[in-house]
Design a protein around this ligand. Structure first.
Ligand SMILES: [Zn+2]
Length: 366
C-alpha cells in the first residue's frame, strides 16, 4: 500500500519534477552496474560477518501482488515469481520466528537468509500466496482487521482511486489452516504514534484477539501501519509487548543484525525490481552502514527466553561446511547473546575469533 511509497527508503519515495524522475531512472539503470562491480566484495563481507555469527538477515514486505499491477505500490505476479525463484536458488527462506531466533543466537550459513511478509491483506494476493504454500515457503501475512471484517477497501487505495478487495475472514482462516503465519496490521490502518495509550492498546489487543478467535492460533507478530521511524516509537513497542506480541515489524528498510534488538524486525519493500532484491539480499555495504545508525539499543527488559524458549546449551557439532549447508538454518552460537562467544565453542579450535556484540562493527571494519 501507500506504506511502500511513504516508508521504504529513498528509492521508493516519489520524486518531484523531471529532474527527480531522471535521477530515479539513472539510479535504477546504474544498479546492475553497482551490484555486479561489488559482488566479490559483498561475498567477502557476508562470509566475514557469517563467520562471526553476525550475518545480516533480510525481511521482505509486499503489499498488493496481482497480474495487472495497476498501482505503483503493487508488485506484478510475474515479478514476484521471479523474486521467489531467485530466493529459492540463492537464499535460505526463514519464517519470522526463525529470523528472531537467529537474531538472538547468531547464525552461520553460506547463503543469505530472508523472510517474506505481506501487509494489509488483499484478495488479489491469493495466487501468489498459493504459490508459496505449494512450495512450502514460509511467510507472514499481516492484515488490517476492520477491512477484513467489513470488506471495505483501504482508505489509502480509495484516495488514489483504487477499490482493491480485501481478503475475507474465510480466506484468512483458510490461509492459516494451510500453514500461513497470520499477523496483525492493527484494527484499523491508523498511525499508532498519534493514538492515545488507550486507543493504541485497543488497536493492538482487539486485533490480536479477533484474529486469534478467527484462526484458532496464536498471533505472535504485528506490523506497524506506515512503519516509518516516527510510527515505531518506544511507546508503540512497549504497548505491543504488553499486548502479548513477540515481534514488531517496521517498514523503513534495513538489515536485521544478530545480537541487536530481536523484538523489532526491519523490512525492505518488495517491488518489481529483481536487481534491487539481489542488491539488498547480498548485503549492500551502503545499506548495512545505514542500518547501523537506525538500530534501537537492546532493551534491558527484553527476555528472550520468554519468547523463543530457553537458550540452547549445546552447540551443534560438525564441520563448518556441513553446518552452512544444513537444512537447519539456525545455529545457536551464543549461550548468552549479551556476552562473548567464539569459534572455539563450535569446533574446539583455539584460533576462534572472539566477539562480544554487533556494536563491535564499525564502518572502518566493513
Ligand atoms: Zn499497511
Amino acid at each position: 500500500m501507500i506504506d511502500m511509497l511513504k516508508t521504504n527508503g529513498r528509492e521508493s519515495m516519489p520524486q518531484a519534477g523531471v529532474a527527480g524522475q531522471f535521477m530515479k531512472a539513472l539510479k535504477q539503470g546504474l544498479l546492475p552496474v553497482y551490484y555486479l562491480s561489488t559482488i566479490a566484495f559483498r561475498k567477502w563481507l557476508r562470509r566475514r560477518l557469517a563467520e562471526k555469527g553476525r550475518a545480516p538477515l533480510s525481511v521482505l514486505m509486499y503489499h498488493h501482488v496481482s497480474r495487472d499491477c495497476p498501482a505503483s505500490w503493487c508488485t506484478a505476479l510475474g515479478a514476484f515469481r521471479r523474486h521467489v525463484a531467485w530466493l529459492q536458488r540463492h537464499c535460505t527462506v526463514l519464517s519470522l520466528a526463525q529470523v528472531q531466533e537467529s537474531l538472538l543466537y547468531g547464525r552461520w550459513a553460506s547463503r543469505p537468509a530472508a523472510a517474506i511478509t505481506f501487509d494489509d491483506g488483499y484478495a488479489d494476493n491469493l495466487r501468489a500466496l498459493a504459490d508459496l504454500l505449494e512450495a512450502g515457503i514460509p511467510f507472514t501475512y499481516f492484515v488490517t482487521v476492520e477491512n477484513i471484517r467489513t470488506g471495505k477497501p483501504f482508505e489509502h487505495d480509495l484516495a488514489q482511486g483504487y477499490r482493491f478487495r480485501p481478503n475475507t475472514p474465510a480466506e484468512i482462516r483458510a490461509l492459516a489452516e494451510a500453514g500461513a503465519d497470520i499477523g496483525s496490521h492493527g484494527w484499523t490502518h491508523a498511525e499508532f504514534h498519534r493514538l492515545s495509550p488507550g486507543e493504541l492498546s485497543r488497536q493492538l489487543d482487539s486485533s490480536k484477539k479477533w484474529l486469534e478467535d478467527l484462526i484458532g492460533q496464536p498471533v505472535r507478530a504485528v506490523s506497524v501501519p506506515f512503519g516509518r521511524p516516527e510510527h515505531v516509537t518506544p511507546a508503540v513497542i512497549l504497548a505491543a509487548r504488553r499486548a502479548g506480541y513477540k515481534i514488531v515489524c517496521s517498514a523503513y528498510g534495513g538489515y536485521n543484525l544478530p545480537f541487536r534488538h530481536p523484538f523489532h524486525i526491519l523490512r525492505f519493500a518488495g517491488d518489481n525490481c529483481l536487481w534491487r532484491l539481489r542488491n539488498r539480499l547480498t548485503v549492500d555495504p551502503r545499506l548495512l552502514r545505514r542500518t547501523l545508525t537506525q538500530y534501537m539499543p537492546i532493551d534491558a527488559e527484553w527476555d528472550p527466553d520468554a519468547v523463543v524458549g530457553p537458550r540452547p546449551r549445546e552447540v551443534i557439532p560438525g564441520p563448518r561446511e556441513s553446518l552452512s549447508s544444513s537444512s537447519l538454518p539456525i545455529l545457536p552460537l551464543c549461550q548468552d547473546h549479551r556476552i562473548s562467544c567464539s569459534w572455539s565453542r563450535i569446533n574446539g579450535e583455539e584460533a576462534g575469533t572472539p566477539f562480544t556484540h554487533i556494536d563491535g562493527i564499525s564502518d572502518s571494519r566493513l
